[in-house]
Design a protein around this ligand. Structure first.
Ligand code: SAM
Length: 347
């Protein structure tokens, strides 16, 4: 039964609501193993045994937004705030480049200090010094003209998880100033401008249901992003969702596999959050069809301050040590971290 659903999915036949529920709920171990193996095979056919790394630079923990799930929300008075200077960001890139990183991801809260001009200057600086590298931005909802300007300065990719494609669910995760319609519009603007775009959502976020996940998959199908970031929701003690349950490893793995089969070419990270809820989370993510990992390149002294959720991994590891560990862990499961921009493969 599960095998038939998986075969149909692999053949491009899509997924009904009942079939999604069957895949997410089933305790048929052989069927679920088949789902993960087919997803891994689909990734192997396009990206082989290569695992792409992205150097994550968390350059500001200031945020004007107050998302109920996020540890750096502006309403969290206990959050420690910091900003990296352009020089510090360039230092992160320099050490990352020497380690073999060819993509740098600049991620942060929506921090108004980083005006269009400042972001363009940072992007331009990185692209001038490291022309063979890709720059990914993950700095939230901006105007179309901002996105156009960053693109003009050399930004290649943009990560903006849609968080949930269901209107009511969106309203239960965000304050009223934020709206799903604008989030979606940003994603379409980014795509039209020419970015490689990443959407995504948290698995097991409060009030998530099979119906909302079904809508997430439909939205992803419609948008056709180049990347999909999904990872478990993990509560943060100083947010309104402090006592909510975390998303599970198993649900995240099954969704990674489903997304891989629906979008064989998509760049799919085994996220830090997945590595946080289980010691082998990232390896299991790769085995379920993921092909990207995003080690932290931020200076060790600021990492504690970028706490989106509690118990985040790799807080104290120097970038070089963290990468060495990861390289060994990937080799042990038969995969190799490569020095490559790791662009989306159209064909
Ligand atoms: N401000 C940018 C934005 O809105 O896209 C980027 C930074 S934001 C903190 C990056 C992502 O972290 C969000 O898209 C969200 O899915 C994830 N995140 C935030 N809080 C989380 C939590 N408690 N558990 C897991 N992921 C979380």
């Amino acid at each position: 039964m599960l095998e038939e659903i998986v075969d149909r999915l692999e053949a491009g036949g899509g997924l009904g609501k009942d079939e999604l529920a069957a895949l997410l709920l089933s305790d048929d171990c052989a069927g679920i193993d088949y789902l993960k193996r087919r997803a891994r095979y689909a990734a192997d056919c396009i990206y082989g045994k290569n695992i792409y790394i992205r150097g994550l630079i968390e350059f500001t923990s200031y945020c004007r937004n107050n998302c109920y799930y996020c540890g750096i929300r502006c309403g969290n008075a206990k959050a420690q705030r910091y900003r990296l200077t352009q020089e510090q960001i360039m230092e992160c890139c320099k050490s990352g480049y020497a380690l073999g990183f060819r993509t740098f991801v600049l991620q942060g809260g929506e921090d108004e200090f980083f005006t269009e001009k400042r972001i363009c200057s940072i992007v331009y600086g990185i692209k001038s010094q490291f022309p063979d590298c890709a720059v990914t931005l993950s700095i939230g909802e901006k105007s179309r003209s901002n996105y156009q300007a960053y693109f003009g300065a050399g930004a290649d990719r943009y990560l903006l998880r849609h968080e949930t494609a269901n209107q009511e669910h969106y309203e239960r995760l965000h304050p009223k100033e934020l709206c799903l319609e604008n989030r979606k519009k940003c994603l379409y603007d980014l795509k039209e401008i020419g970015y490689q775009v990443g959407a995504g959502f948290m698995v097991g976020s409060p009030f998530q249901t099979f119906d909302t996940i079904y809508e997430d998959l439909q939205f992803i199908r419609e948008l056709e992003p180049h990347m999909v970031g999904i990872g478990p929701f993990i509560p943060h003690k100083d947010t309104p969702f402090a006592n909510a349950c975390a998303g599970t490893l198993e649900m995240t793995l099954r969704l990674l596999s489903i997304i891989r089969l629906m979008h064989p070419r998509v760049l799919l990270p085994a996220t830090t959050a997945l590595g946080t809820i289980h010691p082998m989370g990232r390896e299991l993510g790769i085995k379920a069809g993921a092909n990207v990992v995003m080690p932290n390149l931020s200076p060790v002294e600021v990492r504690e301050k970028y706490q989106l959720y509690n118990n985040k991994i790799c807080m104290g590891n120097e970038a070089a040590e963290g990468l060495r560990n990861l390289r060994n862990r990937m080799t042990e499961i038969g995969y190799q971290i490569v020095t490559d921009r790791g662009d989306f493969r159209r064909e």
